[in-house]
Design a protein around this ligand. Structure first.
Ligand SMILES: [Zn+2]
Length: 54
């Protein structure tokens, strides 16, 4: 597991997660992109316009 850099919540990442996948914090909803799996690394996903594009 890895801690959310925004709120410290422990984000569960699937063992078979792959680089480039997105995971969301279960507490604050911040999305992170998996940038490494060994060791596991997350970086804050860039804010997208998805919410405005549909
Ligand atoms: Zn969070």
């Amino acid at each position: 597991m890895v801690e959310c850099e925004m709120c410290g919540f422990e984000i569960t990442v699937e063992k078979n997660a792959a680089v480039g996948e997105l995971v969301a914090c279960g507490q604050c909803g911040q999305e992170f992109e998996i940038t490494g799996v060994n060791p596991l690394k997350l970086s804050k996903a860039p804010e997208t316009e998805e919410d405005f594009g549909e």
